[in-house]
Design a protein around this ligand. Structure first.
Ligand code: ADP
Ligand code: MG
Length: 876
């Protein structure tokens, strides 16, 4: 359809809808989101029982009900239900945490409402809205273009084709044009690589093309993280062993003890259910999700769960300088021209301040001319009222130039200058060109105004403004200018050259044959928190590398300000990189601390070289061009404030505050969560091995079966749930942030570690079987009660010993959650022994002194073993 037709059909206009109308349509069409198939709580709950072992166990219990063992079987089923509830709580919590994370990353849209441009939550878009999309944006809904300017879009999410697609609002296409060829349409989920465009929204949410695809194929499941894979692998191997043992237990119980086959089966299956560590990946996921939520509270938003564990192993951070290491609140401090020197007062982006001539040869007229150029060059995109909002969204460099102009010409003259220099064209700043130009019409003539990196602008200049005349730019003069630039740069100033030229004809290159006006020296002080964060990173064995488009000397000065020791040999510039082969780069990359004057394309090579050298690399980025490097890095980090949607989509971590210090915080959290996973795993494995060894050992010793099925399930219930999670949230180990990152390929559970855990399992079994055998002459029920209680209470020893690898538990800060969990299971055990419930569980009250002995002995022994292992350094 033609644009007019579309607008009419949707009862809208190029000015957009009114807020009232939009509100009405929102009710009618629903929010602009693609419902991801959220797992309903019921499904999560039911899934807890979707386990062959559990199903067999339930069937066996049902059979035993038929055979008359009514109470026992019902109890088994109740315990299974409680286990299901526990598993559900854990998984539901993880799911909630993930959902909260997804909400944080929700996109925004630029929309015209009542003719005014606003930024709103993309979910509130409705058909008929007029949207604006620009370079770096994610297209928020399906829209028919009504204007376009050099618009290029990446439609790979829809078509799988990654070459940029050019768009054109002016064409009208036949109705059967395929999606890939619809040049006058833009689609939700695609991203704008270049240019800008306006469009009228024609479909939102599930009615968009991507919405249709999502519905058809269902939500893609997040791939398992390496960690989950490791745990699944470990779980599988252990399961095989445990199932084999369980089978032997069934056989011996049935054949040697002459029990009914159903009793034997129930014992064996209960043992399998209890000991197979199928909950390991779930616990890991829950802890990663909890970690991710805590990171989000500290401004580090994880987009993929896998990032939490990957963060923990990072050993090189490649960071942007401007805005990440520095505050990004730039102010032009000096203006240098061939004739004069001017100083500016004020602070950051605050418009208050004035210009002061410093040298005698400075002239107010010259300053005024520079002020006019500066305002003309920047004011079309900046409106003083919204300076602060734009400060965070638009280019801070442009804003600094604007404010400098403002200080010179005064706010009352802005409008006059703006209309005097009518804007007719713009070449936006580009990290690769390192320049920006605007073209204006001034009293019938065309003038181009250029700002950019000094050496780039200098190369394109042929003359120099020596107020009030233009002179030829000789190589001597060019050298003099470069010396000025270097002087400023070495003091940490960002430098920017300003130039202009009158254009003879509209077709000529506006960025060639320029007249250089002067150099702007911009201050952008480092953030206060960065110096400390760099030091923290260093102590953790994480190297900080600055990768910047800025001048080498500026970058070195800033690096020194934040405590990085740099000399010439630690710096590599973009042009040197261009001359190097990948192998040469790999050879030197380890000693480089500052990469200066690099383009986004260089970043990919830097990441590759570092990875080749075995490093785990985190790389920051914000622009469209940064996406490949962000994807290549082990951890891509996008800026939440300055970053484009494209950069965010390519990243695993988004910094809500753009701050380098937040990266270090996130690495610390990642390390903490990952290393802490060892604790619940150690604990669970040794408890499970203890259960298996106890039941199996008693059989081997020719004793009557030691635990009833419901006892085994109960032991599993009280150990598996809360204590395990509580251990995962233990305080960080004392040396966690001062030791080097874990090496590549490090495993959570090592062979030696498993051996040690097996030993603890044997110890638990030894005590339990020993006490059992000793008490047998007081009757089977009494002896089983002793065994049951011993194994439940031995969990104390294992839980306390698992708290830390480095320190005995009493030297650690209290873990209240763990203590509550342990107290809880003790009280439950007392209830099972001393209340009428004991009928159900086939237990008898024990004499208090016996309870105390069987409660303390294994725990003390386990703690002693743990201390011994720690002394010998073999617990890991
Ligand atoms: P950084 O790594 O410090 O963020 P950039 O890649 O943003 O550096 O910029 C590199 C150089 O390009 C700057 O030193 C400056 O001279 C110039 N520059 C940056 N932004 C702009 C802009 N918006 N317009 C013109 N020139 C710019
Ligand atoms: Mg930058």
């Amino acid at each position: 359809m033609s644009i007019e037709e579309v607008l009419e059909k949707l009862s809208t206009s190029v000015n957009g809808l009114s807020d009232v109308e939009a509100e009405k349509r929102l009710k009618e069409y629903g929010p602009n989101i693609i419902e991801s198939k959220r797992k309903s709580p019921i499904v999560i709950f039911l899934r807890q029982f979707w386990n062959p072992l559990i199903i067999i166990l339930v069937i066996a219990s049902l059979i035993s009900i038929i055979l008359g063992e009514l109470l026992d079987s019902i109890l088994i089923i109740i315990v299974i239900l409680i286990m299901g509830v526990m598993g559900f709580i854990q998984e539901y919590k993880a799911e909630k945490a993930l959902e909260a994370l997804r909400k944080l990353a929700s996109p925004t849209a630029k929309v015209f409402r009542n003719g005014v441009l606003k930024v709103i939550d993309a979910s509130r878009l409705v058909p008929g809205d007029i949207i604006l999309v620009e370079e770096g944006d994610r297209v928020p809904a399906d829209a028919r273009l009504i204007s376009s300017d050099n618009l290029e879009v990446d439609e790979s999410p829809l078509t799988g084709e990654s070459t940029p697609v050019s768009k054109d609002h002016s064409v009208v296409l036949p109705a059967d044009t395929t999606i890939a060829d619809r040049a006058n349409m833009i689609y939700m989920g695609t991203t704008v690589l270049k240019g800008r465009g306006r469009g009228v929204v024609v479909a939102t949410g599930p009615r968009t093309v991507i919405g249709g695809i999502t519905r058809a194929v269902g939500e893609a499941k997040e791939a398992p993280t390496p960690l989950e894979e490791e745990l699944e692998d470990l779980g599988f191997k252990l399961s095989v062993i445990i199932l084999a043992i369980a089978a032997i237990v069934v056989a011996t119980t049935f054949l040697l003890e002459k029990t009914s086959i159903i009793t034997a089966a129930l014992i064996g299956i209960s043992l399998a259910v209890a000991a197979v560590p199928e909950s390991l990946p779930a616990i890991a996921t829950a802890l990663l999700a909890i970690g991710a939520r805590r990171m989000a509270e500290r401004n580090a938003i994880v987009r993929k769960l896998a990032a939490v564990e990957a963060l923990g192993s990072v050993d090189v951070i490649c960071t942007d300088k401007t805005g990440t290491v520095t505050r990004g609140e730039m102010m032009v401090k000096y203006l240098w021209t061939p004739r004069g020197l001017y100083e500016f007062t004020g602070e950051g982006f605050k418009p208050e301040g004035a210009v002061k001539p410093v040298s005698d040869t400075s002239s107010i007229e010259e300053a005024r001319f520079v002020g006019e150029l500066a305002i003309a060059h920047t004011s079309h995109s900046i409106d003083l009222k919204s300076v602060l909002e734009l400060a965070t969204r638009k280019s801070p460099t442009e804003l600094a130039v604007y404010i400098m102009g403002l200080k010179i010409v005064g706010v009352e003259n802005i409008e006059k200058i703006k209309s005097g220099y009518r804007l007719v064209g713009e070449n936006p700043f580009d990290r690769t060109r390192k320049m920006r130009s605007t073209i204006h019409e001034v009293s019938g003539r065309l003038i181009s105004i250029v700002t950019g990196a000094p050496e780039v602008v200098l190369k394109r200049s042929t003359r120099l403004l020596v107020w009030p005349r233009e002179e030829e730019l000789t190589s001597g003069l060019a050298e003099k200018v470069m010396r000025v630039v270097e002087e400023y740069a070495s003091q940490g100033f960002r430098t920017l050259a300003l130039a202009y030229k009158y254009m003879e004809n509209p077709g000529e290159d506006p960025e060639q044959g320029l007249v250089l006006v002067g150099i702007l020296a911009i201050i952008d002080p480092p953030r206060e928190s960065v110096r400390r964060a760099v030091e923290e990173a260093r102590r953790m064995g994480v190297k900080t590398v600055i990768v910047t488009g800025d001048h080498k000397l500026t970058a070195m000065a800033v690096a020194r300000m934040i405590g990085l020791e740099v000399s010439e040999e630690n710096v590599l510039e973009g042009w040197q990189l261009d001359k190097m082969s990948d192998e040469e780069l790999e050879r030197v990359v380890d000693k480089i601390i500052v990469f200066a004057r690099v383009t986004p394309e260089h970043k990919v090579r830097i990441v590759r070289a570092l990875k080749k050298k075995g490093h785990r690399v985190a790389m920051t980025g914000d622009g469209v061009n940064d996406a490949p490097a962000l994807k290549e890095a082990d951890i891509g980090i996008a800026m939440g404030v300055r970053g484009t949607d494209v950069a965010k989509e390519a990243s695993q971590l988004v910094l809500a505050d753009d701050n380098y210090a937040t990266i270090v915080e996130a690495i610390k959290m990642g390390r903490w969560i990952y290393e802490n996973l060892k604790k619940p795993i150690n604990y669970l494995l040794s408890c499970n091995l203890g259960e298996v060894a106890t039941v199996f050992g008693a059989e081997l010793a020719g004793l009557p079966y030691i635990l009833e099925p419901v006892h085994i399930l109960w032991v599993n219930l009280v150990t598996d749930s809360f204590p395990a999670l509580a251990l995962g949230l233990e305080h960080p180990e004392p040396d966690l942030f001062t030791r080097p990152p874990r090496p590549r390929g490090a495993r959570l559970v090592t062979k030696r570690n498993l051996l040690y855990l097996a030993l603890t399992g044997l110890l638990i079994a030894g005590f339990t079987i020993g006490f059992y055998a000793y008490s047998l002459d007081k009757g089977l029920e009494y002896a089983r009660t002793v065994a049951f209680t011993t194994i439940v209470l031995s969990e104390f020893g294992r839980a306390l010993a698992s708290r830390s690898e480095k320190l005995p538990f009493w030297k650690l800060p209290a873990n209240k959650l763990l203590y509550f969990a342990l107290a809880g299971s003790t009280i439950l055990q007392l209830v099972l022994l001393y209340t009428p419930l004991n009928k159900l569980f086939h237990t008898t009250p024990l004499e208090p002194h016996i309870s105390i002995i069987i409660g303390l002995a294994p725990t003390l022994a386990l703690l002693a073993l743990d201390e011994l292992a720690r002394r010998l350094g073999t617990s890991n």
